[in-house]
Structures are given as structure tokens and as C-alpha cells.
Design a binder for this molecule. Structure first.
Ligand SMILES: [Zn+2]
Length: 91
């Protein structure tokens, strides 16, 4: 897995393949052939057209729990709003 760079439009692209196999890929921004990056310092100043995905290990169970909690809160809020409207229609 490696970064590639495009010097024509000054961008960087993350690819899920080893650097040795990344030759021949085209820049999603301008269509020029991407060049392999040997040192991360080459990426400085280049805009990210496709960034490195976050490590699945970093997506902790806590992250999933927060999403679940937000979904439950949204459902509860919608239920409360629906009930409020039903109550408002009652004479
Ligand atoms: Zn480009």
C-alpha cells in the first residue's frame, strides 16, 4: 500500500497496492501517470485526491457505540415529536 503523486496537478493519491505495483495508475485529477512516492516528505504541499483510509483498529467499539447512541437519540426525538403532534390534534 502506498502513496502516489502527480506533479502535473500537484496532488497525491492513496492506493491499496504495494508501491512496486502502483506504476501505470493514472491521476484521478488530471489523468497523468502517477509517480511512486519513496519518501513521505514528497507529499508535503500536495493536495489529497484520495487519502489513506483510517486504520480499522482505530475505529474502536466506542466509535460504533457513539453512532448507535446518536441513532437511538434521533429515533427517540422523532417519536417524541410524533406524539406531540398527536396530542396537539386531540381536543
Ligand atoms: Zn494529476
Amino acid at each position: 500500500m502506498s502513496h502516489s503523486k502527480c506533479l502535473r496537478c500537484r496532488s497525491r493519491v492513496w492506493r491499496d497496492v504495494p508501491a512496486a505495483e502502483s506504476a501505470g495508475f493514472l491521476c484521478p485529477g488530471c489523468g497523468s501517470e502517477l509517480e511512486p512516492v519513496t519518501d513521505l516528505s514528497e507529499l508535503i504541499g500536495l493536495r489529497a485526491l484520495r487519502v489513506r483510509p483510517r486504520s480499522p483498529l482505530r475505529q474502536s467499539a466506542d466509535h460504533s457505540e457513539r453512532i448507535s447512541q446518536q441513532i437511538r437519540q434521533t429515533i427517540a426525538a422523532h417519536d417524541a415529536e410524533r406524539q406531540r403532534r398527536i396530542d396537539a390534534l386531540r381536543p
